[in-house]
Structures are given as C-alpha cells and as structure tokens.
Design a protein around this ligand. Structure first.
Ligand code: TRP
Length: 333
C-alpha cells in the first residue's frame, strides 16, 4: 500500500528556535518515515507582507539549511521551495475563479492582518487561503501537520477542493485534515516570563539554533525571574517554573536537582542557575549550530537539494494541474 500524503508549509522567515525544535521539527522527523511527505518553504506567502528582495533568498536558504541540519532527509521526504513550482501558481489561479471575496473577507487571519497592516491590504493577503489550498491540493494531500491557528485555512482548503470537485464533476481533490501525533510535546517556555517560546514574543524571548554562545549567554542572563523564595519548599511561581522547565530540557537530572534543592532551602542564586542554564544550552545547540554552518557553506550541496526537491515535487504537482485543466475543459491546440 502506498503511504498517505502529508503536506506542510514552513514560513520562510521562521529561523528555528528551541520551541520549534521540540515541536514541529520533531514531528516532521518522525512523519518523514511514516508518510509520503512534502515539506516546502512558503516564500510566496511571505510576499503578502512585502519583504525586501535583498533578504528573501537568504531567508529561504537559512530555513532550508536549518531543517536539513535538524535531520530532515531529502532522500526520504520531498523538500522544496514553493516558488520553484509554477504549478502552485497555476492551481491558485484556477481555484480563485471559484473562491468568493466574501468568504475570504470573513477569514480570521485576514481580519487580523488588515488590523496589523492597514496600509498594505493587498489581494495576496486576501487570497492567502487560496494559495495555501493550492499548496495542499497540488499533491492531493490527506494530512497537514499544523496547529490550531491554521484550522480555518484548512477548512477553506477542504471547501475549495470540494467545490472544484462538485463544479467540474470530478473526484480530483481528497479532503485534507490537520494532523498531529496526539502525544504531549514538551513545553518550551520563553525567557521573558510570558510562557511560550516564540519569535514574535519579542527580542530575547527565544533561543535560536543558530545563536552564538555569546548571544545565548546574554539572553539567558536576562531571563525574567523574581526576588527569590520566601518560604522553604514553597510552590514556584510561573516564571521560575519556566526556568526550571528549560533546564530540564537541556541539563542533566543532577543539575536540575541541585537547583531545585537550593530553591527549596532558599539558598538559590538565580545568577548561578542562569549561568549553568546558558552553558547547558550552548552545549545542547552546539552540534546543531555547527551543522547549520557546515551545510550553509556548501552552496553546491544546498542548491542540489533544492533543485532535486523541486524536480520531485513537480512530478506530483504537474499531474494534478493537468487533471485540473482537463476537468475545467482547458485543451491545448
Ligand atoms: N500558513 C502556514 C503558517 O503560517 C504556512 C503554510 C503555507 C502552510 N502553506 C501551507 C502550512 C500549506 C501547511 C500547508 O504557518
């Protein structure tokens, strides 16, 4: 039996941090062996917010390199850059003919975007869900590993696919559904005390895999704490729990226990704890950072991976677009 098809888009500006590493990346590494996976860097989507031409390619390359360094295997999964597939743009155009402005305007992410960038309410922003539907439908995917924030986009992809099928009397597009392993992922809090590690939470909240030791030390030493325990064995407030949680991910059990005991006996010095945490984070990320650097400097290798990925993806994509054109009634002379 052939494996089920998985498609996922990766934001082209999303340099990986520890939260991603223990979240999306870990899932991708498992999925690639169990499904027929298509992972791509969504550079077209990033154009909806107008990045500068000078940054675009280096962002795409960095993200590609980081996923490779983490272990995404281009021999098992198909790894490509969205803009390398003209078929996606074509399917996007074809789908858009039966997508209604009203339904796009009602999309939550669109409403949020026009609040955030009122001076740049472009048609790409409005049709973001059509493009995402094209990304998914182009490989006739069944599973899409995305979080809750993408649920509405996925529902629209199902709707657009079903509508196409109905209008053109075909069964070309199956229904894609959100997919995760259902197992609890380890929680990776940020350093600013606000809870989750995230890129958008502000400077200094996230530890990126490509961060230098100096950058890691600086960020960790600035992590939010409190004025210390006031009673023995007291329950830790959230910000302190977060620091301990981060430590439990990168440090040895003995180290965590040492500081836990110190907290409980009220002898803890947060400065010492942060120093230890920073060194352990550096140790943890060092092999990844080295791999990132090594892969990045091998232009030839990275280009080859991207070209081969696009070639593989286009096989599947062109078959779908040809079938869509045929269903619509487009014929070559
Ligand atoms: N919208 C997704 C995000 O912001 C990225 C994305 C684009 C995507 N196309 C996709 C995800 C197709 C899954 C499938 O994270």
């Amino acid at each position: 039996m052939s494996k089920e098809i998985v498609v996922s888009g990766i934001r082209s500006t999303g340099n990986l941090h520890l939260g991603n590493y223990f979240g999306a990346v870990k899932n991708f590494l498992k999925m690639q062996h169990e499904y027929n996976c298509f992972f791509f860097i969504a550079d077209y989507h990033s154009l909806t917010t107008h990045p500068t031409p000078a940054d675009l390619h280096s962002n795409v390359k960095q993200v590609l390199v980081e996923y490779l360094a983490c272990g995404l295997d281009p021999e098992v999964s198909t790894l490509y850059v969205q803009s390398d597939l003209p078929e996606i743009a074509e399917l996007y155009l074809l789908l858009n003919m039966n997508v209604y402005v009203g339904e796009l305007e009602r999309c939550t992410s669109f409403k949020e975007k026009i609040r955030k960038q009122p001076d740049n309410v472009n048609a790409g922003l409005l049709t973001y869900p059509s493009l995402m539907a094209a990304d998914i439908l182009i490989h006739r995917a069944l599973k899409v590993p995305v979080g809750k924030d993408q649920e509405q986009h996925l529902e629209m992809a199902r709707q657009f696919g079903n509508r196409f099928n109905r209008l053109y009397n075909t069964e070309l597009f199956p229904e894609p559904y959100a997919f995760n392993y259902g197992t609890q992922l380890v929680k990776i809090p940020g350093l600013d005390g606000s809870g989750k590690m995230g890129k958008s939470e502000g400077e200094g909240n996230a530890i990126f895999l490509a961060d230098t030791p100096e950058a890691i030390r600086k960020k960790v030493m600035r992590a939010v704490t409190d004025s210390g325990p006031t009673q023995e064995n007291q329950e830790k407030p959230e910000v302190i729990k977060n620091i301990f949680q981060l430590m439990s991910v990168v440090s040895s059990e003995d180290t965590v226990k040492f500081f836990d005991d110190a907290y409980n006996t009220m002898t803890i010095r947060y400065g010492d704890m942060k120093k230890q945490l920073a060194e352990d984070m550096i140790k943890f990320t060092a092999p990844l950072r080295e791999k990132i650097e090594a892969i990045k400097s091998d232009e030839e290798f990275v280009s080859k991976i991207a070209r081969r990925g696009a070639e593989k993806a286009r096989e599947s994509a062109s078959a779908t677009v040809n079938a869509a054109r045929k269903a619509i009634g487009i014929r070559h002379f």
